[in-house]
Design a protein around this ligand. Structure first.
Ligand SMILES: Nc1ncnc2c1ncn2[C@@H]1O[C@H](COP(=O)(O)OP(=O)(O)OP(=O)(O)O)[C@@H](O)[C@H]1O
Length: 240
């Protein structure tokens, strides 16, 4: 069974199409980078894959089911933190939120063990009792990733996980994403993601151009050369 299957997807909020005829699929444990210009529809696509928005037409399946019916196997790292930094909430509390399910009002011993495990794995255990506001941008981002992973999802979707982080922090986050042995879809403006071990790249600008290969090299397709974000590829690869 495919991890992700998108067929003839169209979407509009109002009159204009935001996404047009998007088609792609991902196998289990594949890593897809989603890039493209501002307003191109990346976040919208992610919201559809998460089941937050319904396609206008077309089909989206996550491990064989509509996203809404499979939300328990999807982890999500939002673009912006959805909690106020003024709330004195600790790192451990935020990570535990990832274990909440419908109709569940308390955390079990297993939930707490899993939270400790993931904090260790992401090397942020030492911040467990710290308030989220007292962390750096990169550390905070790792906490959001930990919250997404603590439920042991089969697939994780991330919206700009390296934005507003310094280069060292960005490298750490990308190393971490690369090392995860689950299906990954990562929206990014960070060109360095293209130099990572991605299986597929989707360039989204209303329509999608998909690049794939057993071991992907920097794409030479003209669509990628047009992306202002990857200007340097013009010299490196596109020969412009
Ligand atoms: N709730 C909404 N209602 C109406 N239009 C919307 C809504 N959300 C987004 N849009 C529009 O849909 C288009 C795609 O937006 P989207 O946020 O998906 O792009 P994006 O590629 O993620 O952009 P960015 O790189 O700037 O984050 C834009 O033109 C945006 O203005």
């Amino acid at each position: 069974m495919r991890a992700v299957e998108v067929k003839n997807l169209y979407f509009k909020y109002e009159k204009e199409w935001v996404l047009e005829d998007i088609n792609f699929s991902l196998e289990d444990k594949e890593f897809m980078a989603i890039i493209g210009p501002n307003g191109g529809g990346k976040t919208t696509l992610l919201k559809i894959l998460l089941g937050f928005l319904k396609p206008s037409t077309g089909e989206v399946k996550i491990y064989g089911k509509p996203p809404k019916d499979n939300s328990q196997i999807i982890g999500y790292v939002p673009q912006h933190t959805n909690f106020s930094l003024d709330i004195p909430i600790t790192v451990f509390d935020i990570v535990l939120q990832g274990r909440l399910k419908k109709g569940k009002f308390f955390y079990s011993k297993e939930d707490k063990e899993k939270a400790n495990e993931i904090l260790n794995k992401l090397k942020i255990y030492q911040f467990k009792d710290r308030k989220i506001k007292d962390l750096s941008g990169g550390q905070r981002q790792k906490v959001l990733i930990a919250r997404a992973l603590v439920s042991e999802p089969k697939i994780v979707m991330m919206d700009e996980p390296t934005s507003a982080i310094d280069p060292t922090g960005q490298k750490e986050i990308l190393d971490l994403i690369e090392s995860l042995e689950i299906t990954r879809l990562v929206v990014s403006h960070d060109i360095k993601i293209l130099l990572r071990d991605v299986d597929k790249i989707a360039y989204i600008h209303k329509k999608a151009v998909i690049h794939e290969g057993p071991k992907l090299n920097i794409p030479k397709d003209k669509h990628f050369c047009e992306v202002e974000l990857i200007e340097f590829l013009k010299d490196e690869s596109c020969g412009i």
